[in-house]
Design a protein around this ligand. Structure first.
Ligand SMILES: NC(=O)c1ccc[n+]([C@@H]2O[C@H](COP(=O)([O-])OP(=O)(O)OC[C@H]3O[C@@H](n4cnc5c(N)ncnc54)[C@H](O)[C@@H]3O)[C@@H](O)[C@H]2O)c1
Length: 393
């Protein structure tokens, strides 16, 4: 097979850029030509580019001009302007989660705890619309880097839904851990919210995706979410919180726990949790209860490999699994974390789409549904869980 070449660049050079780079080493269908990377701090940019033999660009526009596809691995507040800029030049964009959001009014006094959440919902909807409009006017395509969609367990469940014709009745799921590494996370003006958007976007995307898949399989049309009941809490900011040093605690004006209950247009439901209060590593799972089967997708941890050591000193040089506090005792070692997370699978789909025009499984429509749902969720949380309508695109 004559592989087509795609010229790709990274905007952002932190954590996400690194796992995008690793995943690109496993793209088989397409010849990936890595043009280079750009991010605002030269020193940090070079720490990413030098060991990988990539060119460090001085200018984002110059990088965009030389690429067919850009990886947007920057803080959420920057996603919309960078995505629109690249689409305007007819480039494809792989944009990290969350797709976009509301990041305040720019005033120094802006506070994520207290601003009117209807305002956030309206602004987030406008941001989504601008991105969708830019995509419509572009030869480029938005590829939403929601790796949960591509996690092998989620894709296998997709097959079950398509082949069994089942109706999903109730899903429940979670993404939690002990706190994000990113210092901008925890300030609404950079992250657009707390656990509900930062972590909740993952199980939410999977739940919405499964109902899209079910609807298309049974009736040729996605089943969309129509309302949400949500609660948010800032547990580590409570005066009564007992800090024993294991959880991150520096959230300024965002929640560290969120509960979301979704209702879909056929009356079926999903109950999802997201939080920063969970020890023992990343807890990523979703259970799907249907009319003819029940599935539990254990994205992390899973029992593909379990290993015991009486002293963690033996594992000093061993990467075990993301975010566990200790390696002593039993560990759920992930033999290939990126594979279970779906990172290489999302890149394979995106590059096939860019090179050969294949459909994008995690597309802008899914991204739009997820963000519209989350900001309706913030309105609900402000009203202490009142059921709130979701406007889909
Ligand atoms: N899918 C996943 O599993 C996953 C995991 C982690 C992060 N993410 C997402 O990836 C994105 C980046 O997160 P990260 O963890 O890599 O953060 P990071 O802090 O490690 O890196 C952010 C990068 O963006 C650059 N940057 C900062 N401000 C910028 C600006 N104004 N314009 C352009 N670039 C700018 C920084 O220089 C840095 O290179 C976020 O949207 C985050 O939610 C996704």
């Amino acid at each position: 097979m004559n592989k087509k070449s795609i010229r790709a660049g990274f905007i952002g050079s932190g954590f996400a850029a690194k796992f995008h780079y690793d995943a690109l080493q496993r793209v088989f269908s397409t010849k990936v030509e890595l043009v280079g990377a750009w991010s605002p701090t030269r020193e940090k940019l070079e720490a990413f580019t030098s060991p990988r033999g990539l060119k460090a660009f001085d200018d984002m526009d110059e990088l965009i001009a030389q690429c067919d596809l850009l990886h947007i691995c920057t803080p959420p507040v920057t996603h919309e302007p960078i995505v629109v800029k690249a689409l305007q030049q007819n480039k494809h964009v792989v944009v990290e989660k969350p797709f976009t959001g509301y990041f305040g009014d720019g005033t120094p006094g802006f506070n994520g705890d207290t601003f009117p959440k209807e305002q956030g919902l309206a602004a987030a909807m406008e941001s989504i619309q601008r991105m969708l409009d830019a995509e419509k006017q572009s030869k480029g395509v938005i590829m939403y880097a929601e790796n949960w969609v591509y996690a092998p367990a989620v894709q296998k469940q997709r097959e079950l839904l398509e082949k069994t014709g089942a109706q999903i009745l109730w899903m429940h799921g979670e993404q939690s851990h002990s706190g994000s590494h990113s210092l901008t996370y925890g300030q609404w003006k950079f992250s657009g919210g707390g656990s509900m958007i930062g972590k909740g976007c993952h199980p939410l995307a999977a739940a919405i995706y499964f109902k899209h898949v079910e609807g298309k399989a049974r009736h040729g049309k996605a089943i969309r979410p129509v309302s949400i009941t949500a609660r948010t809490h800032a547990i580590t900011r409570m005066p009564t919180f007992k800090n024993e040093g294991y959880l991150r605690t520096t959230y300024q004006d965002t929640e560290d726990l969120a509960m979301m209950h979704l209702v879909f247009e056929d009356g079926t439901v999903a109950s999802l949790f997201a939080g920063e209060l969970v020890l023992g590593g990343v807890h990523n799972w979703i259970e799907v209860n249907t009319t003819n089967h029940r599935t539990i997708c254990h994205i992390n941890p899973n029992t593909a490999m379990q290993s015991y050591t009486p002293s963690q000193s033996h594992f000093d040089n061993v990467y075990v699994v993301e975010k566990t506090e200790t390696k002593q005792g039993w560990s759920y070692i992930s033999p290939d974390e990126g594979w279970f997370a779906g990172y290489q699978h999302e890149m394979e789909n995106f590059y096939r789409a860019a090179a050969y025009g294949e459909a994008v499984e995690s597309d802008s429509r899914l991204a739009a549904d997820v963000i519209a749902t989350i900001y309706a969720g913030y309105v609900s949380a402000e009203r202490k869980g009142a059921e709130t309508a979701i406007t889909v695109f």
